[in-house]
Write a protein that binds this ligand. Structure first.
Ligand code: AMP
Ligand code: MN
Ligand code: MN
Ligand code: MN
Length: 284
């Protein structure tokens, strides 16, 4: 059974609409998909509607990926099985939206000082109604020929220490976990291997995430060495966190796709093991 609990649509920085995303996941035989856009749940309505209208088999989990602050590190926390109407969650999303907008304007100003004009407007046009992210800035800058690739544009303009980088002030990681819980969901520490933390700091993060009542951590990602996957699985055991898996799909690429290359090492305990949706599918 293919399970993918991390994906993005045009509601944030993904390149497929929620409808296209759902159809692609269903075609690829994904049984359970979580849509987890950055700081928004706006894509979920259209995604559910697509399933109903086309009478698809796929099960959709309501999710979000919240950008948070932990000791001045930008840490992503996934919420799954959330009640999207929960007032506390709705408030958090509004706050994050405002933070994104303010940051985007400031990024535009900083890049203008470096004589790169019109970047805010360009990124905003790419984001449309969706949450504006650095990925939109990156796409625009690549389209304008300012840098040849996504990676280069981040390296040169958008990551910490570069001209277009604005120090973040995201909501606190503990608060994000609390809000996810209040909205009835489970909190997953996203891609721990992505933060460039030393093992010592990684352990500190696991300890605090667990102490903050976090439920799970991502163990299996699309592209990842077996060694790292096993290490993460062992850490999930050691810190008594459940294990999750997700492609972090943003667009169709040569090596990346929905549900691709995902499975948990046997020692890990899957976050979905007690989910009614999963057990019903298993019994079929
Ligand atoms: P934001 O949450 O607005 O800071 O945007 C971060 C998003 O930009 C991430 O979710 C990724 O999709 C993308 N991103 C961040 N760093 C890189 C990178 N080095 N190369 C390509 N994409 C990146
Ligand atoms: Mn992204
Ligand atoms: Mn992330
Ligand atoms: Mn993501």
């Amino acid at each position: 059974m293919l399970i993918d609990l991390h994906s993005h649509s045009t509601a944030s920085d993904g390149q497929l609409t929620p409808q296209e995303l759902i159809i692609r996941a269903d075609n690829r035989q994904v049984s359970i998909l979580a849509l987890t856009d950055h700081d928004t749940t706006d894509g979920l309505g259209a995604a559910h509607q697509t399933i109903t209208e086309l009478d698809l088999k796929i099960k959709l989990i309501d999710g979000i990926e919240i950008t948070t602050n932990w000791l001045n590190h930008e840490i992503h926390v996934l919420g799954v099985n959330i009640d999207v109407q929960h007032a506390g969650l709705v408030d958090l999303i509004l706050l994050q939206k405002e933070k994104r907008e303010i940051r985007a304007l400031e990024m535009g100003r900083r890049l203008e000082k470096a004589n790169i004009d019109g970047v805010y407007e360009g990124a905003k046009a790419l984001a449309g109604e969706g949450a504006i992210t650095r990925a939109h800035f990156a796409r625009y800058l690549v389209e304008q020929g300012v840098a040849p690739t996504f990676a280069k544009v981040f390296d040169k303009y958008l990551s910490r220490g570069n001209i277009g980088y604005v120090p973040h002030n995201w909501i606190d990681m503990h608060l994000a976990i609390q809000v996810i819980h209040n909205a009835g969901g489970q909190a997953i520490l996203a891609h721990p291997d992505n933060y460039k933390l030393s093992n010592k700091w990684m352990r500190r993060l696991f300890t605090e995430f667990k102490d903050a009542d976090g439920d799970a951590m991502e163990v299996a990602r699309g592209q990842q060495s077996l060694q790292i996957r096993l290490q993460l699985a062992m850490w999930s055991k050691e810190y008594e966190l459940l294990a999750s898996q997700g492609s972090d799909f943003h667009f169709i690429g040569r090596w990346r796709d929905l549900g691709k290359g995902l499975h948990l090492p046997d020692i890990a305990t899957p976050i979905w093991k007690d989910w009614a949706i999963f057990n019903a599918l298993k019994e079929k």
